[in-house]
Write a protein that binds this ligand. Structure first.
Ligand code: UD1
Ligand code: UDP
Length: 365
């Protein structure tokens, strides 16, 4: 096997799909090792279907658990899968516990590791994602930062320039490939009765926000005030983590905020592209908003995607209701910026930089 893709969550499936499809086009052999960190259909299998991905070769079915337990179980399972398949290179994407487990397993087995979306930094070590991405970068052999800025962070941490290829973000490849299909096929805007109204799209699932009752209530109140101020519905496809916190804290959603099930990728793209503004604490959604030309307010204290803020596409509001309302007022209507995340050929650049080649199809003389 040339490449083992280790993945486990919604954003990894979406952002590795372009690389997997590029392997198909080039005839590069690969296996998919799914950790099972995400397992609900709406966070997992629906993306394999919509993105035309083959079923995983391994499903480790690790599921939810404490960070230590979850990561440890994945490490055991990924090691076994790598022993059986002996890939030339392991590829991981992003900053989840699945990434950490894949990176550690590859490094312990002395298999080369490539990190897609390397070099992102929030400089907030309280986020589990920050630790995961720093550790993955420091055991990786091939680094694929999306921008020069993330390359700069890697260099500053002592990572050699010859290991680094700036590729752009594969999120652009995915948007370019799927946006027209979404426009054609998705009926989400009509289904949610949003045709004739102004609406904001809200996603919030990050542990430091939704596991903290005060912050969670604050961001919902901010969304409510912004919706009221601009006569906009706020549609909230709710991650299961957030859904269980709403129940646990006994939160009644404010009237402007309409919770719906997590959306399929094409529906999400179509809803995002059609929204007047996006409120989020997601990493990938900050990028997509920027790529789609939709203004974004990020309900966090920091971001590992500062390129979006510098471009004028995004503003940080924390979870303070007043700041959210003011940030929405400031961002609404903005749309004129340059996409800092590349031209949609990130997947091809990644494969070019790896020591893998398709078998020769030339007929011997
Ligand atoms: C994980 C990542 C986060 C990423 C997010 C993408 C880590 C530390 N966190 O967060 O960086 O932004 O994925 O969505 O890796 N649950 C389900 N069904 C599922 C998966 C989870 O119901 O298929 C529920 C369970 O109650 C679980 C909770 O969501 O306890 C949290 O799941 P977990 O995978 O630990 O973290 P995420 O919040 O999904
Ligand atoms: N997404 C989706 N349906 C939803 C919400 C998000 O398809 O209801 C997609 C979105 O297009 C983006 C990705 O999920 O590509 C972001 O994942 P998430 O916010 O879960 O994780 P993060 O990027 O914060 O790690």
């Amino acid at each position: 096997t040339d490449i083992a893709f280790v993945l486990g969550t919604r954003p990894e499936i979406i952002k590795l799909a372009p690389v997997i499809q590029a392997c198909e086009r080039r005839g590069i052999e690969y296996v998919i090792v799914h950790t099972g960190q995400h397992y609900s259909d709406s966070l997992d299998s629906v993306f394999f279907d919509q993105l035309d991905l083959p079923d995983p070769d391994y499903d480790l079915a690790v599921g939810s658990g404490s960070h230590g337990e979850q990561t440890a179980e994945m490490l055991v399972g990924v090691e076994r899968a790598l022993e059986e398949t002996a890939p030339e290179v392991v590829l991981v994407q992003g900053d989840t516990n699945s990434v950490l487990a894949g990176a550690l397993a590859a490094s312990k087995m002395d298999t080369e590791l490539g990190h897609v979306e390397a070099g992102l930094r929030s400089f907030d070590r309280e986020m589990p994602e920050e630790t995961n991405r720093v550790l993955a970068d420091h055991v990786a052999d091939y680094h694929f930062p999306p921008t020069d800025r993330s390359k700069g962070y890697l260099l500053r941490e002592g990572i050699s320039a010859f290991r680094i290829t700036v590729t752009g973000n594969t999120v652009v490849d995915a948007v370019e490939r799927n946006l027209d299909i979404a426009r054609e096929k998705s009926t989400v805007v009509a289904d949610l009765d949003l045709d004739d109204s102004r609406f904001f799209l809200l996603t919030a699932h990050r542990a430091e926000n939704v596991d903290d009752e005060e912050r969670f209530r604050g961001l919902l109140e901010g969304a409510q005030r912004a919706g009221d101020a601009h006569d906009a519905d706020v549609v909230y496809p709710m991650h299961p983590r957030s859904r269980s916190r709403v129940e646990e804290f006994g939160i009644d959603l404010p009237p402007r905020v309409r919770a719906v099930e997590p959306l399929e990728y094409l529906d999400f793209l179509q809803a995002a592209a059609s929204a007047d503004l996006i409120l989020t604490d997601s990493g990938g959604v900050q990028e997509e908003a920027c790529v789609l030309g939709v203004p974004c307010v990020t309900m966090r204290d920091n971001t590992e995607r500062p390129e979006t803020v510098d471009a004028g596409a995004n503003r940080l509001s924390s979870c303070d209701p007043g700041r959210i309302e003011r940030s929405v007022a400031a961002m609404l209507g903005a749309s004129d910026w340059e996409n800092p995340f590349g031209d949609g050929d990130a997947a091809e650049r990644i494969l070019e930089a790896l020591p893998v080649e398709a078998p020769s199809t030339e007929v011997p003389q």
